[in-house]
Design a protein around this ligand. Structure first.
Ligand code: SAH
Length: 507
């Protein structure tokens, strides 16, 4: 088979939105993804479902795959006709052995392309507010590896030469040799007053940094217990870093928030919390899947013309209902003249995607409030109402309607089930270090959390999170399940939840 191809792609410094557009396109479409330690997990979710993902990086406790084996792997997959993305942290041609891999591919006659990435030095400079060059202070930048064993008799790295350049020095992989590097540079004449920044996990919510001077940086790094991987930037340009610092000023910077929605629903909340600087741990405690009875579907679709109202109590209900509806009908007008009610704005937004207007939406976003709003909107006695629902809940919407003599048909279109998080990386992280906050957005996530209490049990020393609820229905379940909760959103929407998190956690 022919047609295989290898792309050497830079994953950028960490934050998933700092990958190039081309890089993202390739991750989304490749057949095989071969990736390293410094590639942030979120990027791995972008792949096709059947993409083969192979981890070849080094992490404490694991062995690095020898470079020749990685090269063989790329070549073999390409020979099978696969599109292979070789994803590396930062830029593939900056201390990433990208050159060696390109050589090997060339020797084997495998076509390849290179997609650059934001290298760690540039990512660090950006998030710390360090201009790498400056008309007054520095007109050159040097990218150096600090990895070289200082005891090696013949050193390749000429620290004494770098000291004289009057340039900004960006040192990769140098943290464990920091004392030696400082010694070499100062011996060669660099002033002890030269500003230095040391930054771990730059651009990520877990970023940790300290800025000081050559003379003090070693003890500062020790005091702050900054560990690899970290970038060291040395030069006059670093002096403005505290003034320009914008990333660490974000309102939720340094806060860890666990979110418990389904994987599909988590992304908006996660994205917004990331934008506010928070470190997000995903605990997808529930999963939602389409589930309808063919019998009920037939009855409901036969009666579409007779309903006065159709009510939706969740965005999932809207999504699955229309998926089923459009399998049967080609034209949205087959829905008839029903009036439409939605429990809240997220549900309404899904409905409006079909260019349908929502006529009733309560101020408080619960099923009973939707029923109340409908009852108040006019006489519903003998009115035929179709309620679109999942397998859980729903009674608080249906009971009051029936008590007011409406004729209610229910169409269950999805089911919510607890997931098993025992093998989930988010659960591992949560147990290990805990979080500042955990958010619950439905009663079913609360129940699943309690059911898996053992799997999610925090280890000694892990931070115990404050629990947040999206609204009264969720809070009620939390109360029943005896989860002490911190605060409830004023408005039962993601905006409301974010508002209460900011009020409680932002400094
Ligand atoms: N190809 C990569 C560099 C790989 S070498 C690039 O272009 O960035 C690995 C070193 O990069 C680490 O030891 C650390 O010094 C640096 N590094 C990578 N990501 C980093 C980050 N987010 N923050 C700080 N340093 C980082």
């Amino acid at each position: 088979m022919s047609g295989g191809m290898v792309y050497l792609v830079g994953a950028g410094p960490g934050a998933s939105d700092l990958v190039t557009v081309r890089g993202k396109e390739l991750i989304e479409s490749c057949d095989v993804l071969v990736y390293d330690y410094l590639v942030y997990d979120e990027l791995l979710y972008w792949t096709k479902l059947d993409c083969v993902k192979t981890y070849v990086g080094k992490r404490s406790g694991y062995h690095t795959k020898p470079q020749e084996d990685i090269e063989k792997l790329l070549i073999n997959y390409a020979r099978e006709g696969k599109t292979v993305v070789r994803l590396k942290g930062g830029d593939p041609f900056v201390f990433g052995r990208g050159g060696e891999e390109a050589d090997a591919l060339l020797a084997s006659g495998i076509p390849f392309e290179v997609v650059p990435g934001v290298s760690a030095s540039m990512g660090t400079a950006a998030s710390m507010g360090i201009p790498l060059t400056h008309r007054k202070d520095s007109s050159a930048v040097v990218l150096i590896t600090g990895h070289e064993d200082p005891k090696k008799p013949e050193t390749v790295i000429q620290w004494n030469e770098y000291a004289k350049l009057n340039a900004t020095l960006c040192i990769y992989m140098g943290l464990t040799n920091l004392a030696h590097i400082v010694e070499q540079l100062t011996e060669a004449g660099l002033s002890l007053d030269t500003p230095v920044a040391v930054v771990r996990w730059a651009t990520l919510p877990s970023q940790q940094s300290c800025t000081g001077r050559l003379g003090t940086i070693v003890s500062m790094v020790n005091n702050a217990s900054i560990k690899p991987p970290a970038m060291i930037i040395i030069g006059e340009v670093v002096k403005d870093a505290p003034k320009f610092s914008w990333f660490e000023q974000k309102p939720l910077f340094g806060k860890r928030i666990a979110i418990t929605r389904t994987q599909q629903q988590a992304s908006e909340l996660m994205h917004r919390l990331h934008q506010l600087g928070a470190d997000v741990i995903e605990l997808p405690l529930i999963q939602v899947s389409r589930a309808e009875s063919g019998e009920v579907k037939k009855e409901v679709f036969a009666e579409l013309g007779s309903y006065e109202w159709i009510l939706f109590s969740s965005p999932n209900g809207v999504r699955f209902f229309f998926e089923i509806f459009f399998e049967e009908f080609q034209d949205v007008r087959s829905l008839g003249f029903m009036r439409i009610g939605a429990v809240g704005p997220a549900t309404a937004k899904e409905i409006e995607k079909h260019h349908l207007q929502v006529e009733v939406m309560p101020d408080k976003h619960t099923g009973s409030e939707l029923a109340k709003a409908l009852i108040e909107s006019g006489n519903i006695e003998s009115a035929k109402i179709l309620v679109i629902r999942g397998n859980l809940g729903g009674d608080d919407l249906i009971n009051p309607l029936e008590e007011n003599w409406a004729i209610v048909d229910q169409f269950e279109v999805y089911k919510t089930e607890p997931t098993d998080l025992s093998q989930h990386p988010g659960a591992e992280k949560f147990k290990e270090i805990g979080a500042d906050a955990i958010t619950f957005t439905s009663g079913s996530t609360v129940r699943s959390f309690v059911k898996q209490a053992k799997t999610l049990q925090l280890k000694d020393g892990a931070q115990s999170p404050k629990a947040f609820s999206i609204g009264p229905v969720t809070s009620k379940v939390m109360n029943e399940m005896k989860i002490p909760f911190g605060r409830e959103a004023k408005e039962s929407t993601l905006d409301g939840l974010i508002e209460v998190l900011l009020a409680e956690l932002a400094e």
